[in-house]
Each structure stands twice: as structure tokens, then as C-alpha cells.
Design a protein around this ligand. Structure first.
Ligand SMILES: [Mn+2]
Length: 257
């Protein structure tokens, strides 16, 4: 049997070029590229702390990250990008960068919502996590609004990059302050963990999968929903300093330093 592995990371929240979070992300990509058996690399949302709208300025600002992501493709591996709630409305930016202007041979895959994949008789449901969270009706309405066609047009054609940068930093700071109160400072809050387990259970009632891999909660978890159904969350990457590795025999957290 051919050896293979898939690597997953989310919630790195890179705030600026050269910060520790970017270093963590680059270490993840390098490790994945260097592992010969690694076939697919999944970026499951909130890789960037703020990336909204199809602005070329992001390619300049995060040039190192974009180059490293290209390297994944030139090394012959598949790269999957799922939008998070901090990096969204960027489909055109990503598709242009990794599909049209680059010889990616169909290895770059972009998703706004979730991915369903099967391998060796196992079914995987992969997403950021915000859209599966239970008891979040207000958030779902907000998400529908900010990702609507109207808002996308507004962002791309009316707002400027500088204006969005300023607004984004303000909103992001506010949501972090609220997040800290709601989710606890140490990212291992039991009530958040319990809520996401509940969300995973609900999702498993309506969708057929063996493994759910997501992020968003910032709480690391590995939970057996029932026989042959499992929920895995890598948590907030700068704290967990790990990524998820799946291969033909097991699913593990791998340390990153
Ligand atoms: Mn998130």
C-alpha cells in the first residue's frame, strides 16, 4: 500500500509579515513540503488575521506566505484553501494568484464553506467551523451579509484597501476583546469545548462522515462522537503550536516549533 498523509492547519491569525504566527505558518508549509508522502495540505480558515476583499496589496504585504504556498504547488502537492471569518471574500485574489498566473495544474482548490473527501474508505468533512456552530443565529445572519454578492461588490469596487485595513483592525481588535471574554483567555474553556462537541454531533446527524476536521473555536480537541465518527480541532495554532496529520493508519497532532 502506498504511504500517504494529509496535513491540516487553521487559526494561525498572521497579523503582520515576519511575526511569530507567520513563522509558525511557514514552518508548517516547509514541514509539509519536505514530507515526501504528504499529498494534500489544507488551510482551514483564519490563516490571516485580516484579509478581506480581492486587493493585490495583500500579495505584496504577505509575499513570503504567497511564495511558500506556491512552493507547495510546484512541489506537486495539492493545496486546499477554505475561507475563515477573518480571511474571506478573497476567491478572485486566490484563484488569480494560484491558478491563472501559475502552473498549478489544477492542484489549487478554493472553498468558501466545506470540503467532503474520501480516502481509504474513510469520509472526511473539512471546514473552518463557524458555519457549523450551534446557537449562533446572529452570527449566521452576519456571515450571510458580509459574504453576499452586494457586500463583495462594495468591498471590491467602492472601499479602498487602506480604509478596509483601518476598519478591519478596529473590528478585529473588538472581536478579540469580546472573544477573550466569551471564550476564556487560555483557549481551553470547557464551555466552548462542549459547545463545539455539540456542534459536531449535530453536524454528524445530517452529514455522512467518519472524521470532522475544523477550527474556529480556538480550543484543541479530539472527541469520539460515536463508533467510527470523530471530531478533531487543532485549536489556536500560536498556542497549540501543532498541526493535524492524517495518514492511512492514524490521525495525530504534530508539534511545530
Ligand atoms: Mn475563526
Amino acid at each position: 500500500m502506498k504511504m500517504w498523509s494529509w496535513h491540516f492547519i487553521s487559526d494561525v491569525h498572521i497579523k503582520e509579515p515576519g511575526d511569530d504566527n507567520e513563522r509558525l505558518f511557514l514552518a508548517f508549509l516547509k514541514r509539509s513540503i519536505d514530507e515526501e508522502n504528504c499529498e494534500k495540505i489544507f488551510l482551514c480558515g483564519d490563516i490571516f488575521d485580516l484579509m478581506v476583499g480581492n486587493f493585490d496589496e495583500y500579495k505584496v504585504r504577505y509575499q513570503t506566505c504567497f511564495e511558500a504556498m506556491k512552493k507547495v504547488l510546484t512541489s506537486g502537492k495539492d493545496l486546499y484553501f477554505i475561507e475563515g471569518n477573518h480571511d474571506f471574500n478573497i476567491r478572485d485574489l486566490m484563484i488569480n494568484e494560484f491558478t491563472k498566473t501559475h502552473t498549478a495544474d489544477g492542484r489549487f482548490h478554493f472553498y468558501c464553506d466545506y470540503i467532503h473527501l474520501s480516502k481509504d474508505n474513510m469520509k472526511y468533512y473539512i471546514c473552518h467551523g463557524d458555519m457549523i456552530e450551534v446557537d449562533s443565529d446572529g452570527y449566521q445572519i452576519y456571515k450571510k451579509t458580509v459574504t453576499s454578492r452586494f457586500m463583495k461588490n462594495l468591498v471590491d469596487n467602492v472601499f479602498s484597501y487602506d480604509f478596509l485595513e483601518t476598519l478591519g483592525r478596529f473590528v478585529s481588535k473588538r472581536s478579540r476583546e469580546r472573544g477573550l471574554k466569551a471564550y476564556g483567555q487560555h483557549y481551553n474553556d470547557e464551555s466552548v469545548k462542549e459547545k463545539f462537541r455539540r456542534s459536531a454531533i449535530e453536524l454528524s446527524k445530517k452529514n455522512d462522515f467518519n472524521v470532522l476536521i475544523c477550527g474556529h473555536s480556538h480550543v484543541k480537541d479530539d472527541f469520539k462522537i460515536k463508533e467510527h465518527i470523530r471530531y478533531i480541532n487543532n485549536g489556536y495554532a500560536p498556542i497549540s503550536k501543532s498541526y493535524i496529520r492524517v495518514d492511512q493508519t492514524e490521525i495525530t497532532f504534530q508539534a511545530l516549533d
